[in-house]
Write a new protein. Structure first.
Length: 445
């Protein structure tokens, strides 16, 4: 008889050293489309609303804890003696838990919450004491079935017979246990195998031998169980996540001219009728409104773009940028930590940093806010309807009043009043005959 879905606890194993990454940083902290790898797993686990969320840490434990403080309860596995040993270290925090226990991995970031919910429903529907996810493709653990097709055990390739190595069904390592079965199985584990480790996979055989029902749910999309152990696998996982993000955005009404050349982090929000041309990179928690046009090869980092903004080509918006409705930013413009009011224009070759710019103002080619004095950053305040001519330097802190004009080539060091014309450049001099005399002196040499 099917049982109803029960209270669930989640244990995420994230203690491994990740030596094949060849990195001084913990493997699970390597970023993947805007989040640390473990962050993807945590987000999917949190979506299950578990009563307990445990993360087993080992290498670089302090750094991992600091990165995810407040999101989980951390358990230290001081010595890495296998997956079974890792769950044994977490078991004291599960002693009074009577529901289900889901085991996940910090280096398997592509599993979807929808799949985990399906596994939970599958376990309830079949009345299994242990439900596991398997892959239609071979993995380091092979799923051994008996003559009736029922799961009998999991065997690691290092311990497999030649016949077992021919098995195509792979073990993802994702298990949903009855809490009581998990407690009994963990107490039975030993390290009598080629690696001298305690395998969590041995609990499958333990359950079968004890007469408990074991059921396997096979993934339709084997990409979900991709484990990241190398830089190449990290890049492959990023490719999958970018494709998912692009599909989600296009389904929401965003036009991606070439999805494969658009690099968009998973937490980016983009409104309908926005057009993104090839080569754009959108990072962090950027929020882009409706009807925005990103021309080729723009980089957007943790910025906000309101409706009907036009950016690029080849513009760079750094963190803290907010472009209000109708702003137009053109070729090779860089903006950082600035707010540009509605319908501001900066069409080419400008730098706007640490500035507050009023509605309808315009920056000419090569105009710059000089925000850094070598020690501190300072803000520039530009009023409404201000015109800033080409190659003007605004030396912050400085304020330009509404409707003021800055003459091309000016270096502005003092505040300007409303409706004024600011001319701050050296008087032009002409020395007659200087060039001819110079050429003549060079010939005599």
């Amino acid at each position: 008889m099917a049982q109803s879905a029960r209270d669930i606890a989640v244990v995420i194993l994230a203690a491994g050293q990740g030596t094949r990454m060849k990195s001084a940083r913990a493997k699970v902290l390597h970023e993947l489309c805007g989040r640390p790898m473990l962050g993807h797993v945590l987000s999917e686990a949190e979506a299950l609303a578990p009563s307990r969320l445990l993360v087993v840490v080992g290498c670089d434990a302090d750094e991992v804890r600091a990165a995810f403080v407040g999101r989980a309860d951390f358990v230290l596995q001081a010595e890495q003696k296998g997956t079974g040993h890792a769950v044994q270290e977490a078991q004291p925090k599960l002693e009074d838990h009577e529901g289900d226990v889901l085991v996940l991995y910090g280096d398997t970031p592509l599993l979807r919450c929808e799949t985990l919910l399906e596994l939970r429903d599958f376990k309830a529907r079949t009345g299994a004491a242990l439900a596991m996810l398997t892959s239609p493709e071979p993995l380091p653990g092979r799923v051994v079935r008996d003559a009736t097709g029922a799961v009998s055990k999991i065997v690691e390739v290092t311990d497999a017979t030649p016949e077992e190595l021919e098995i195509q069904e792979g073990n993802t390592g994702v298990y949903l246990f009855d809490a009581r079965l998990l407690r009994e199985g963990l107490a039975s584990l030993d390290d009598h195998n080629a690696q001298g480790e305690r395998y969590l996979t041995d609990l499958v055989g333990f359950a079968v031998e004890g007469g408990h029902r074991v059921e396997a749910l096979t993934l339709l999309d084997s990409e979900e169980c991709l484990g990241v152990n190398t830089r190449a696998e990290l890049a492959e996982a990023a490719r999958v996540l970018r494709r998912r993000t692009a599909l989600r955005l296009m389904q929401g009404g965003v036009t991606l001219v070439d999805p494969e050349s658009s690099y968009i982090d998973v937490d980016v929000e983009i409104g309908a009728d926005t057009l993104i041309e090839p080569g754009c990179i959108i990072k962090g928690a950027s929020v882009i409104g409706r009807g925005v046009h990103l021309k080729p090869h723009c980089t957007i980092e943790s910025s906000r773009l309101d409706d009907d903004v036009v950016v690029g080509p080849s513009a760079h918006l750094r963190p803290g940028t907010h472009l209000m409705q109708g702003v137009r930013v053109g070729n090779y413009v860089e903006i950082k930590n600035s707010v540009l009011g509605p319908f501001v224009k900066a069409d080419h070759l400008s730098y706007i940093g640490d500035a507050d710019v009023g509605e309808g103002s315009s920056f000419g080619c090569g105009s710059i806010t000089v925000n850094y004095d070598g020690i501190s950053k300072h803000r520039t305040k530009v009023g409404r309807g201000v015109f800033i001519g080409c190659n003007a330097n605004l030396i912050a802190p400085v304020s330009l009043g509404d409707g003021s004009f800055v003459a091309a080539g000016s270096t502005v060091t003092k505040d300007a009043s409303a409706d004024s014309l600011v001319v701050a450049r050296a008087r032009q001099r002409e020395i007659e005959g200087w060039a001819a005399r110079r050429r003549a002196s060079k010939k005599s040499d």
